[in-house]
Structures are given as C-alpha cells and as structure tokens.
Design a protein around this ligand. Structure first.
Ligand SMILES: C[S@@+](CC[C@H](N)C(=O)[O-])C[C@H]1O[C@@H](n2cnc3c(N)ncnc32)[C@H](O)[C@@H]1O
Length: 329
C-alpha cells in the first residue's frame, strides 16, 4: 500500500478507535446474532465486531480450536491443563469439556475474561444450552455463580478482569498443555495481541504445549516466533475454501521435539506466509508496561511501520496474488 493511503487508512482506524475507547476498552452494548450453523453469538457495539463469524460459533470452535489441538494425542485418564483466554459465551471451553468428558480425560481449567455478560447471556439462552450436556452446563453455571468448579471431570477457575493483568495471578509454576486465544481482531483489540502479552502466554506453555488461535495476522505470528514457538498454520477443513489458512498454532518445542503433521490439520508456514513475516504487516503490536489503551498501541505500531525499511505488505500481496488466495493483513 502507498504510504499516504496507509496513513489515511490508519487515520480512519484511529478515529473509529477514539469513539470506542471512550468506554475504556469495554464491550459496550451487546446485540444478539444468529449464525449459519444455528448457534447464537453476540456483537459488541464498542468493538464493532461479532464474537464469531457468520458461518457459526460452534463451527468455529470446532474447526479453529478443537481440530488443531489434536486431542487424540492424549491417552485416557491424562490430565490436561487448559487456559481459555477470552471465554466470551464459552463455546471454545464447552467443546473442549465435551471432548474431555467423552474421551475420559481430566482437566484443570483456567479462564480469563473481562466481562461477565456474555456467559450470563449464554446460559440463559435455549439455543446455547441445547449445544451441551448436563455436566458441561453445570460447569458453566458454576463459573457464572462461583467463579470456579469442581467436578468428576476436573476443576476450574475463572479470573475476571483484563487478561493482561489477570494472567499474572496464575502461579508461575502452572504450565498449560493448551492455551486458547480468542480475542477480537488485532486491529480492534491490539492489547491482547502484543509481543509482550503473547510472550507471557508462550512462557506459560508446557513442553509441546500449544497456543491456538483463529488469527493469521503476520504481526501475531512474528511475535509467536520471537517467543521461540514453532509456528504452524491451521489448514482449512474445506479443501475448496479460498482461504489459505484458518488459524495459527504455536508449539513450545525443544531440539528433541518431533512434530507429527500426519493428520493434515496443521502444516508449516508456506513460503508465502514466511515472506509475509518479513513485511511491515509483521511489525508487532507493543505494550511495554501492559497498561496501554487501544489507541496508544495502534499509534505506536503505525509510527514504527512508517519508519520501517521492511518491504511493504502491498508489494508482498502483488507478488503472491492469485485468483485462489484471500489475503488477511
Ligand atoms: C471474540 S470474543 C470471545 C468468544 C469466545 N471465545 C466464545 O467462545 O464465545 C472476545 C472476548 O474477549 C473479551 N475481552 C476483551 N478485552 C479483554 C481483556 N482485556 N481481557 C479479557 N477479556 C477481554 C470480550 O469480553 C469478549 O468476550
């Protein structure tokens, strides 16, 4: 993109953000939306973004979180330590808990979420309730009423508040097999995609632990790489899809870790994706003290992009553009 139009675009983004940051990064008013798989989701007026895509909340949880976790790796009876960053209505957590129950795995669950309203809405919604077994519904109610749960399946605890702060309350000794990161998109919610926050999450992974997200932004992938994770791309289930990737998985590995990619659900980054990490789009979101607001973080990155000598992302796009590729900046 030409530098001037880049600046104009960010000018508009900053103006939009000025409106939304008035309520201090909160969700603002929420609206209910139906999705194509028959599940219900919410739309945040402050973030101007839905919690899920139109294709379906349950579909997204399955394709972008359950599948890339490759849970069949774990033997019956094993305890999985899982962190859900941005619980929202709870679809991702619900899908994992149902899998654990069905496959006799135990779980130690941790959740981070700013706003109690999405879960409260969800457990009072018939369409949402019809997705889950009695056991999982009981867990959702306990999170809502008591902030924790203790059941045959395992135990769990939610920390309400800004995930940047609340993450620090999880004991350092706690290492996660799975971290789910489902914040709003980086342009809207940059504070949960900064190099500092992603690095802090990465340090909480057990060896071979996976940080799983729907996000394919190069700034996010670059930060995960800089945090020493092995970064893989989530392959679209629909082979006819025009998307080249539906998410990212960062795996904590050491020299002896062998990645098994036989399932075909994950693959190494392609040459096109690797080159994306060398463009200005890969300049990370930064939040040195973990307290900056949205506008501050976007502004800081914009300044860094303007000064950068890296290849422009439009040059990269032009090089790789083809009828079949859909690009996500
Ligand atoms: C895309 S939605 C998550 C959807 C959710 N995973 C589900 O399955 O329903 C993003 C969520 O991030 C939460 N959020 C936004 N800023 C946050 C912050 N600073 N700390 C923790 N949660 C935050 C919002 O309240 C919202 O519930």
């Amino acid at each position: 993109m030409h530098l001037q139009s880049h600046t104009q675009l960010f000018g508009k983004i900053l103006k939009d953000l000025e409106l939304s940051s008035k309520e201090n990064n909160s969700l603002g008013e929420l609206a209910i939306c139906d999705t194509d798989d028959g599940t219900v989701t919410l739309y945040s007026h402050n973030y101007k973004e839905s919690f899920h895509s139109n294709s379906g909340a349950l579909k997204e949880a399955t394709e972008k979180y359950i599948n890339p976790a490759e849970l069949y790796r774990f033997k019956k009876g094993k305890k999985i330590v899982l962190l859900d960053v941005c619980l929202g209505l709870g679809y991702n957590t619900g899908c994992f808990l149902e899998y654990f129950k069905k496959n006799e795995l135990h779980v130690e669950w941790w959740g981070l979420e700013l706003d109690k309203r999405p879960l409260k809405f969800a457990i009072n919604n018939n369409a949402f309730n019809s997705c889950w077994s009695e056991d999982v519904l009981r867990i959702f109610h306990s999170i809502n009423n008591n902030d924790n749960w203790n059941e045959h399946l395992g135990k769990g605890r939610i920390l309400w508040g800004d995930a940047r702060k609340k993450l620090q309350e999880i004991p350092n000794s706690k290492k996660f097999d799975i971290i789910l990161l489902d914040a709003f998109s980086p342009q809207k919610c940059p504070h949960l995609w900064t190099s500092e926050f992603l690095n802090a999450l990465s340090r909480k992974l057990a060896l071979k632990g996976r940080l799983i997200t729907y996000c394919t932004a190069s700034a996010v992938r670059k930060s995960l790489k800089d945090s020493q994770l092995e970064v893989l791309s989530t392959v679209p289930i629909d082979r006819n899809s025009s998307l080249w990737s539906i998410g990212t998985v960062g795996i904590a590995s050491d020299a002896r870790t062998k990645l098994n990619l036989n399932s075909g659900l994950l693959r190494p980054l392609s040459r096109m994706e690797e080159e994306h990490l060398l463009t200005r789009a890969a300049i990370p979101y930064r939040d040195p003290n973990g307290t900056d607001d949205i506008k501050e973080i976007i502004k800081r990155r914009l300044k860094e992009q303007q000064k950068s000598l890296l290849e422009s992302t439009s040059a990269w796009k032009n090089k790789w553009i083809s009828a079949k590729s859909t690009f996500i900046d």
